[in-house]
Design a protein around this ligand. Structure first.
Ligand code: ADE
Length: 230
């Protein structure tokens, strides 16, 4: 997978790939990461990328020219580039999207700042628009990273243990059961005794029950969908 980030702030994104699982994925050549700065594509000598809104009103927006030239050159060099705009007005990004997008070869994330991006850029280049949750962030860099991370772990070979994919929350309609480590008792709180007895059928059945109660409590919306199907 090739990830391209269009951003004014490369450093915000680059550091995330310098540790842990995604660093290893780059070393194994399962992922590659590159950056494009809209300022490098401006025709004005000050590298200005934003301007007042045509409608008036507070806040600046990215004007079209630098992003048109930049995205056109990416598409020209890589016709398979699939362009994603993170925005609070996009569709909610889900695990299904992460799995689906993990099959693409080249994803481009375009991070807005300020009030946003001139709509004509989005109309011309967007393959999809995604929101990562109902709150507003200061720019698209974090949402781009959130999506890249969720997508990456669905690329074969990125996670050491592929089993961890199938057992977790959102792979099933229920949230994942709580997990425990050692020691069996810590500050008077114990690991559920069934977990320590080694009977895998019983452990699975207990985990399923825990998943159900956890989902019912924390995510009644998911639970009613689950209930409707079972
Ligand atoms: N940009 C600012 N807030 C956002 C959000 N919640 N999701 C995606 N992009 C955003």
């Amino acid at each position: 997978m090739r990830f391209s980030y269009v951003t004014l702030f490369e450093g915000l994104i680059a550091s995330y790939f310098e540790d842990s699982i995604l660093k290893r994925a780059i070393a194994k050549e399962l992922l590659s990461v590159e950056f494009f700065n809209p300022r490098d594509y401006t025709l004005n000598k000050h590298g200005k990328v934003d301007d007042y809104q045509a409608s008036g009103g507070a806040g600046l927006v990215f004007f079209p020219q630098p992003l048109f030239d930049l995205l056109r050159s990416i598409k020209h060099a890589s016709p398979e580039a699939y362009i994603i705009f993170p925005t609070p007005s996009g569709k909610l990004f889900t695990q299904n999207d992460a799995k689906r997008l993990a099959k693409k070869k080249h994803l481009v994330f375009v991070s807005g700042r300020y009030e946003g991006i001139d709509e004509r850029v989005i109309e011309t280049f967007a393959d999809e628009l995604f929101c990562i949750g109902d709150y507003v962030l200061t720019g698209g860099e974090l949402p781009s990273l959130v999506m890249s991370d969720a997508i990456s772990r669905n690329i074969k070979g990125v996670l050491g243990n592929e089993d961890s994919l199938s057992m977790e929350s959102f792979e099933s309609p229920l949230l994942e059961a709580p997990c425990f480590s050692k020691p069996p008792i810590y500050e008077n709180k114990s690991v559920p005794s069934e977990f320590l007895k080694g009977n895998h059928a019983k452990i699975t059945s207990l985990k399923n029950k825990m998943s159900e109660s956890k989902t019912k409590y924390f995510r009644p919306d998911l639970f009613s969908r689950f209930n409707a199907k079972h």
